[in-house]
Design a binder for this molecule. Sequence first.
Ligand code: KG4
Ligand code: ZN
Length: 339
Amino acid sequence: MLVLGIESSCDETGMALYSTSAGGVLLAHALHSQVRMHRAYGGVVPELASRDHIRRLVPLLRQVLVDSGCSLTDIDAVAYTQGPGLAGALLVGAAFAEALATALDRPSVPVHHLEGHLLSPLLSRTPPRFPFVALLVSGGHSQLMRVTGVGAYALMGETLDDAAGEAFDKTAKLLGLGYPGGPALAELAEAGRAERVKLPRPMLTSGDLNFSFSGLKTAVLTKVRELATISEQQRADIARGFQDAIVEVLVSKALRAVAVSGLGQLVVAGGVGANRELRRQLDARAGKAGIAVFYPELEFCTDNGAMIALAGALRLQTGDAAKPAGAFAVRPRWPLDCT
Ligand code: KG4
Ligand code: ZN
């Protein structure tokens, strides 16, 4: 079975072809990032994002067909991100996917964006096996989930306010770094010195598996205000202090979740999963605890079409997701544990 996957929930247009033959293989994937377009505005402009998705979908589809050597009529089902995300951006991908599926007389498969992230480590050469605990850290979500199979996700803990990615982005803005803030802040933190700027570890000892990151951003704001002028080294030290704080909390809670679950595997997914310090700390501490940690390939950490094609294919195999192409609705807000 050949599944086309389409991602358009925010600022990247992703397209991929995944075949379920031979144990599952990603035949081609292509991505257009809108980062350059939004940079001038300091963040994602939803209207511009939607219009750009319209421009990119057909060329990206052509590209994956050429790269895979497949033709349109080889496609057996069209999977697309139904939510959560920006309503207009989702509508562009959904309308395109439903129109294509209708024209081809194939089923469509609406996919939960976070389910795509959650399953993305299965695209790796050494994938995890169900069941596992997942730390989902994207721009809009920070969640710990117990994953027992495709579609079986139980929420163990989540952020009570800002998501980890959101905290990275907002703190980057405070430090005068451009959009996208997370990677820029992470890069600056590499030049920062440890322990120079000590920031709180929110909810580290709360005894549950929830997070809270908005106070960290306020702590950074207070530090910046305390300094009349701020040198490049001080900015880097603050970035380092922020990253160390957020990473310590994420690592501690994720490992605690694995301990509570009684499972031995942790999957890290979502854009913040690309953070090198998070990976370093997790690998070090999980190794000592005998926990195996799985990450998606770096290119599949942030938004992409491959994870949507994969999630669509796995959902098709469980038999509960395909629908006749045609009428559709997007779900800009959509919790993962009630799919
Ligand atoms: O999963 P994703 O691509 O999109 C959403 O579904 O939200 O995640 C984007 C988030 C942004 O907040 C971005 O700043 C953050 O992931 N991010 C990072 C890094 N790369 C992306 N945060 C910290 N360090 C990184 N290297
Ligand atoms: Zn995402």
